[in-house]
Write a protein that binds this ligand. Structure first.
Ligand code: C2E
Ligand code: CA
Ligand code: CA
Ligand code: CA
Length: 280
């Protein structure tokens, strides 16, 4: 019995240590990645349904890992959020975007870049202060810069008043706000009104049923009404099929994002496509 108890105690200690070591090494892996600029900005366009015009792009990070190759965000973003490394990572991405975006700025109309953040990042001075400095340093960020945070994780444990203040602070330097994954989380209508988002992105789970399911269609048409009432730009996320694109437009949702139009792509490919498109 005693041997068993001692044995499991040791096993538990071993497990805990192993787990702690793994976390520590992931942490330093991320750290090295940030320092060595292994994170690459991918861009996915936002499309105006009526005209097909590209009005902006969401910035989606990819990790060019020296050993694992191209790594998608869901494999490292949760860990980076847990350790707080997401702040340094996001600042670096925005700085890269600020430099990349200049090329886009020289071509015709205003074009916006949208970056993903969480409510806890916005509440963090160590993130917000350098972010404001970056915005003030780069002309390309000063007017057409959007921050989006997800309804999934952002409202459950944040104080709405604090969030509102933090958002205002960034509005003061020109930031526009988008609510991501709308329909999946906790934001009630009163929260939406209070935080007065400029953009609402309808979660792709609604878009999936948009061509076939009549209940989903009536939800989407109500969302379109709501968007008009709140004076928000509504974007349908995850548009993959022609039929979905057509339904979304018919239901009165003005903007779309999704594989049907374009996948996220590195800057060079984005700019090439964008050039072709804007010369038409
Ligand atoms: P999200 O913010 O909802 O981003 C949209 C995700 O949907 C992206 O996945 C995009 O590639 C994917 N997507 C776009 N169009 C379609 C479509 O038509 N069909 C389908 N099935 N998917 C589509 P990605 O790039 O893998 O990013 C996943 C999530 O990781 C993002 O979800 C976001 O929450 C997070 N993420 C990505 N980049 C960043 C970042 O730089 N910072 C932070 N904090 N989170 C990020
Ligand atoms: Ca997003
Ligand atoms: Ca999300
Ligand atoms: Ca989303």
């Amino acid at each position: 019995g005693l041997v068993f108890i001692l044995g499991s105690a040791c096993f538990c200690t071993w497990l805990t240590r192993r787990f702690a070591n793994e976390q520590k090494s992931q942490r330093s892996d991320l750290q090295r990645g940030i320092e060595h600029n292994e994170f690459v900005n991918y861009y996915q366009p936002i499309i105006e349904n009526k005209t097909g015009e590209w009005i902006g792009a969401e910035l989606l990070v990819r990790w060019h890992h020296p050993r694992h190759g191209l790594v998608l965000p869901m494999a490292f973003i949760p860990q980076a959020e847990e350790t707080g490394q997401i702040c340094a990572l996001t600042l670096k991405m925005i700085e890269n975007a600020a430099n990349e975006k200049l090329a886009v700025m020289t071509m015709k109309k205003p074009f916006y870049i949208s970056v993903n953040v969480t409510a806890s990042m916005i509440a963090n001075k160590a993130f917000v202060e350098p972010l404001i400095a970056l915005i003030q340093q780069h002309q390309s960020l000063r007017h057409n810069f959007v921050l989006e945070f997800s309804e999934r994780d952002s409202f459950a444990n944040s104080d709405i008043n604090e969030l509102k203040q933090a958002m205002q602070r960034l509005r003061d330097v020109g930031v526009t706000w988008a609510l991501d994954d709308f329909g999946t989380g906790y934001a009630g209508l009163s929260t939406l009104r209070e935080l007065s988002f400029d953009i609402i992105k309808i979660d792709r789970s609604f878009v999936a049923g948009s061509a076939t399911d009549s209940v989903t269609q009536s939800i989407l048409s109500n969302m379109a009404d709501m968007g008009r009432t709140l004076k928000c730009k509504l974007i349908a996320e995850g548009v993959e099929l022609k039929e979905q694109a057509e339904q979304i437009d018919a239901l009165g949702i003005p903007y779309s994002q999704g594989y049907y139009y374009a996948k996220p792509m590195p800057f060079s490919r984005f700019i090439a496509k964008f050039k072709i498109y804007s010369m038409q």
